[in-house]
Design a protein around this ligand. Sequence first.
Ligand code: 3HC
Length: 318
Amino acid sequence: MVPIKSLEEKFQAAVDAEIKIEPKDWMPDAYRKTLIRQISQHAHSEIVGMLPEGNWISRAPSLRRKVGLLAKVQDEAGHGLYLYSACETLGIDREELFEQLNTGKAKYSSIFNYPTTTWADIGAIGWLVDGAAIMNQVMLCRTSYGPYARAMVRICKEESFHQRQGFEILLTLSKGSEEQRAMLQDAVDRWWWPSLMMFGPSDKESTHSAQSMKWKIKRKSNDELRQQFVDATVEQAKILNVTLPDPELKWNEERGHYDFGPIDWEEFWNVVKGNGPCNKERLAARVKAHDEGAWVRDAAVAFAEKQAKRRAEANKVA
Ligand code: 3HC
């Protein structure tokens, strides 16, 4: 019996040597557990993230905008499916993942608990939320777990279209009427800080980062990615001629980064704990969709069983 210690040492040596960990490889239970936690929450975020945007599909201002938004929402569904499939390779059942989400046990990104009250919100989500997601997901293309890294490569290609369509919506508004420019500014005021919160708590508050960095699940820390996002987005905001709602935002020559103001972590944890503006609505929508979709799942299972029976009979005859 190989002593467990050397299995862990061999595992860590593979991670350190940038060898991807695959489903059939031995892995510490804690590595498996934190991956199931993170990948499932990522998948839940994709699926719940469809709700605030879906709210505007029937009200998009033009056919072109409607087509772009439809494509984006469909992409998010696909991202969720890739990620649930990657999560299932770790030995958990999809029904269990859905049960965790629908009973409120599982987290999803707090950002999706905010309402989309104007069309400009759809632009702000694409520009800021998908922009933040890209920062994080490009990093995850190099995560140590093979199925997760490969899912990320495909997702990132589609994510950049999401960010571009959001920015273009805002650019159009920025060149519009005074009312449209006011709608743009109002949306950015509301989405800026919750987008910074998407990167998770500060590095000193993060419970998982140290271990996730050692296992190369994470390649950059929450604060590093947040800073990268701020530095890139402040420059883009200048093109939109929009003011970011942070009076402390200022280029720091010495650091080579933008300094920015304190994040309201009380708001963050309040929303994570379920007290955000839309938490209850989002969960109710997910439960309703799951219940109403039961017949589709039953039909798919019945069809698969019928196919299997037909194949078994054909093999018997052959
Ligand atoms: N919303 C809700 N919970 C959050 C959060 C957020 N924005 N950020 C952190 N948390 C939770 C963590 O899940 C953890 O709670 P748990 O132990 O119950 O899981 C706790 O806060 C402590 O945070 P840590 O920093 O220690 O947790 P992680 O190491 O997991 O880091 C993370 C958090 C950076 C979000 C990491 O989980 C991650 O990279 N996840 C994958 C990316 C992801 O989920 N993105 C969400 C958006 S997807 C999206 O936007 C799709 C786009 O197409 C619209």
